[in-house]
Design a protein around this ligand. Structure first.
Ligand SMILES: Nc1ncnc2c1ncn2[C@@H]1O[C@H](COP(=O)(O)OP(=O)(O)OP(=O)(O)O)[C@@H](O)[C@H]1O
Ligand SMILES: [Mg+2]
Length: 139
């Protein structure tokens, strides 16, 4: 699936629409350059999962954020500061992730991909333009 986003709000809407269709245990691998809009996409996912924005804390230095009060819980992981990592070593609440949606920024850092994951690739195509491709990982 390919979407053209013309603004951060567009990206929120695209992510929120995807969120509505996700089942428990969904895993999204977010890829794209610095500032491509990965975090913006996760914010849209949160909106789509009816997570109270007041629950969404700022990322600062934490690798894992867990939001529990949506249609499904959301686990947001950002691996930017790591080189290579195994998902099992992150210390996230894996039981929560299995019941909800796991969204991973800089998923390229993972040594192996979780089963059944979808890749969300954000390409910068202009100042406010992004091409967002949602597809199974290329094997
Ligand atoms: N169409 C768009 N979709 C998403 N963000 C956009 C868009 N157009 C402009 N932007 C801007 O691009 C920036 C995206 O920032 P964001 O933190 O989401 O990127 P990121 O991919 O998470 O970066 P990082 O790799 O640093 O975590 C924001 O400043 C946002 O306002
Ligand atoms: Mg980010």
């Amino acid at each position: 699936m390919i979407h053209e986003s013309r603004s951060e709000d567009d990206t929120h809407r695209i992510a929120a629409a995807l969120a509505a269709s996700l089942q428990p245990g969904a895993v999204l691998l977010l890829s794209g350059d610095l500032g491509a809009g990965k975090t913006a996409f996760v914010r849209g996912l949160a909106e789509g999962l009816k997570i109270d924005p007041a629950d969404v804390t700022s990322p600062t230095f934490t690798l894992v954020h867990e939001y529990r009060h949506g249609r499904l819980p959301l686990v947001h992981v950002d691996l930017y500061r790591l080189e290579q990592v195994d998902l099992d070593e992150l210390g996230m609440d894996s039981e929560l992730a299995e019941r909800g949606v796991l969204a991973i920024e800089w998923a390229e850092r993972l040594t192996r991909l979780p089963h059944g994951a979808l890749v969300v690739e954000l390409m910068v195509t202009g100042e406010d333009l992004r091409t967002i491709t949602i597809a199974p990982p290329r094997s």
